[in-house]
Design a protein. Sequence first.
Length: 200
Amino acid sequence: MEQPDFNLEEVNKIIRGRRSMFVAQFKENDPVDDIIIEEILENANWAPTHKLTEPWRFTVFSGDGLKKFAEFQANLYKERATKNGNFIEATYKKLSENPLKASHIIAIQLKRDLKTNLPVMEEIAAVAMAVQNMYLTASAHGLAAYWGTGGPTFWPEAKIWFGLEEEDMLMGFFYVAKPASERWPMGKRKPIGEKVIWVK
Ligand SMILES: Cc1cc2nc3c(=O)[nH]c(=O)nc-3n(C[C@H](O)[C@H](O)[C@H](O)COP(=O)(O)O)c2cc1C
């Protein structure tokens, strides 16, 4: 078999150098081209998927769409927190303002295929691998990006807003922007040796 023309050095570099960058590190009001977002999504679509269920679904917010998302999550927070008696003004403000600091926000959704009888773990794993592809592509473009599971991720009302069924899942939001700083962040991991047992 002919070997594919992969560059292992580049693969190692991008996997180990991929980083999360958060809203405070975003360069505001300087949107990323949609064509890069399309490339990020195309790569997401090539994640491994048991029985080819391809369970990942995405909603992309940009421009005025970011305002719609911000209003949605802030209003829903207010409604829920007021009912529960734990409303915090600073949280409301963050939910209203943070999305506007991003270039694009990609809502990460899992659409179950019940016919296949796959355990949900396999579908969650496939979507997570799609997100890893998004992360790698964003980093390869030098973009600031992170997977956030805050805000409405686990609120049932949000699932309805995204048109998801009971068995589906909202798995968070992939925030993308240009980075404010030219300095790429350092990663931090404990050695792999502490997490592996070899049996020979
Ligand atoms: C499933 C998942 C959920 C995450 N949710 C959040 C989050 O809600 N807020 C946040 O700041 N980072 C979140 N992160 C990103 C982590 O903070 C980040 O991966 C970690 O700090 C390691 O940094 P690195 O990605 O640069 O290696 C999440 C990552 C994963 C995989």
